[in-house]
Ligand binder design. Structure first.
Ligand SMILES: Cc1cc2nc3c(=O)[nH]c(=O)nc-3n(C[C@H](O)[C@H](O)[C@H](O)COP(=O)(O)OP(=O)(O)OC[C@H]3O[C@@H](n4cnc5c(N)ncnc54)[C@H](O)[C@@H]3O)c2cc1C
Length: 456
């Protein structure tokens, strides 16, 4: 029996974990081509996970092993649905796995959202992570106030990066230009705003606790915003992690500010209602959230204006459709059965699978994608015989892409970029410094993988 030929669309954690699970299916002979629209692998692990979370970032070392496997080819800088259609992929491969993530952000839907300085956390994260599509700073940090809307781990990441002393960021892989902008930041007050109470916040205890350990930052919590309802008390009684969270927040609410240069205000039970400004953000109106009964009576919560020059919304992510792939607009995901097989018009479509955020929605931690990858590999093992019977193949997709003059970054190309980033980092006294510009990534991947020494 010939080897099963597979394509994975998206070389983020879900795509790589899927390929990894295949590597350990002893009874499956396969080859896999991993496509990514970016010249580099790792998806949000490279361009989302906070640069100062070095332990989490080091997962790239494990996932790199997948790319080093001779059965795996990397096709970086190839956008599926544009450079190669989904129909073409389906005709070239026995199976196609969609693992292209869900990186579109959600809107607040309030007046003033279009002002300069009002942006998604995604845009800020992309910039400080050195994403090739985010070379320029997406906003100025020349005002003393900024608001981060949301109470999840992404909001916490953004608040931490904006307030953390620069000395502690210098050892990360952040691009030099980003460090320079952060060095000139005027920020003194960062407000993290959550619509609901502290029990409903989505952040984890570990991420929250880190905020209280930042040098040069006073964390400010208002006692009156920690009031609990009867149902909150029940939730705490059943969940020790919520009890620890409340203990920490109460402790912070009793702290007296030390006069540190920066203040991080954690605000609960307030919602943004309008971003003020003339052309660019000049303030944010927030409203105290009321109980449903009060709202039904037509009451309006007390309003307050925060002096901020930037508003970052971190209120969730959404998947986007790719032409040729079934998509559920309501959930922003690809419809699948319980075993990661893609459904077309409600029926399993042979040879199509989905994994990661585009299958489940933007939830869970990096490791959750591992279970997803395993699910796909298990289904592929069951389906392999049927898939091999379905198709015959003659051409390599590489020929098709080359005929279209698509510049492909291969595994060797990525290795060259990896090496160049490590060298650049060493020159700057750190383990790695990211190369940002798309054309530089391509130039380094091409020249260095051919043995020429081209500096980043
Ligand atoms: C800001 C942020 C911080 C996070 N921090 C943490 C953390 O500290 N710890 C943790 O456990 N989790 C964290 N997460 C969650 C974690 O990043 C996700 O669980 C994980 O990245 C999802 O993996 P994925 O492969 O489904 O999607 P992605 O990581 O988004 O990967 C999808 C890949 O598909 C590619 N792609 C998209 N469209 C196409 C196309 N048409 N053709 C080809 N390729 C395409 C993309 O370029 C990308 O490389 C964070 C998420 C965010 C947004």
């Amino acid at each position: 029996m010939r080897a099963l030929r597979l394509a994975i669309v998206g070389a983020g954690p879900a795509g790589l974990y899927t390929a990894d699970a295949l590597r350990f299916q002893d009874r499956l002979d396969f080859s896999v081509d991993l496509f990514d629209r970016l010249p580099t692998p790792f998806g949000l692990l490279r361009y989302g996970v906070a640069p100062d979370h070095l332990k989490m970032k080091s997962l790239t070392v494990t996932l790199q092993k997948v790319l080093d496997d001779p059965r795996v080819r990397f096709f970086g800088n190839v956008t599926c649905g544009r450079d190669v259609t989904i129909a073409e992929l389906r005709s070239h491969y026995d199976g196609v796995v969609y693992a292209y993530g869900a990186a579109a952000d959600r809107q607040l839907e309030i007046p003033g959202e279009g002002l300069v300085g009002s942006l998604s956390a995604t845009e800020l994260v992309a910039w400080y992570s050195g994403h090739p599509e985010s070379v320029e700073p997406p906003c100025r940090l020349d005002e003393t106030g900024a608001a981060v809307i949301g109470m999840g781990n992404v909001a916490v990441d953004v608040a931490r990066i904006l307030t953390k002393p620069l000395a502690e960021l210098r050892s990360t892989d952040m691009p030099q230009d980003v460090l320079s902008v952060l060095a000139g930041s005027a920020l003194a007050d960062v407000y993290m705003l959550g619509r609901r109470g502290p029990i409903d916040a989505k952040f984890t205890y570990k991420e929250l606790r880190e905020l209280g350990e930042l040098d040069g930052v006073d964390v400010i919590v208002r006692k009156d915003e920690l009031t609990l309802s009867a149902s909150d008390a029940v939730a705490i009684a059943n969940d020790p992690s919520l009890e620890r969270r409340m203990k920490l927040l109460r402790e912070w609410s009793l702290r007296r500010p030390t006069g540190a240069p920066r203040r991080l205000h954690l605000r609960f039970g307030v919602r943004p209602v309008e971003i003020l400004g003339n052309g660019r953000v000049g303030g944010l109106v927030v409203e105290r959230c009321l109980a449903l009964a009060d709202m039904k009576m037509g009451h309006v919560g007390a309003r307050e204006e925060l002096a901020v020059g930037a508003v970052f919304r971190a209120v969730g992510y959404r998947g986007m459709s790719v032409t040729g792939v079934p998509f559920d607009i309501g959930t922003g995901t690809i419809p699948t059965d319980g075993s990661a097989r893609v459904l077309r018009n409600g029926a399993v479509s042979p040879g199509e699978y989905a994994a990661g955020w585009i299958r489940r929605g933007p939830t869970g931690v990096l490791g959750t994608n591992r279970a997803d990858g395993q699910l796909v590999a298990d289904s592929l093992l069951l389906d392999a015989k049927e898939l091999l019977d379905l198709r015959t193949h003659s051409t390599d997709v590489m020929d098709l892409l080359e005929s279209r003059e698509v510049t492909i970054v291969t595994c060797d190309g990525w290795t060259a970029v990896d090496r160049a980033e490590i060298e650049l980092g060493l020159e700057q006294g750190r383990a790695r410094a990211k190369i940002v510009e798309h054309n530089k990534l391509l130039a380094v991947s091409r020249a260095r993988s051919m043995g020429n020494a081209v500096g980043p």
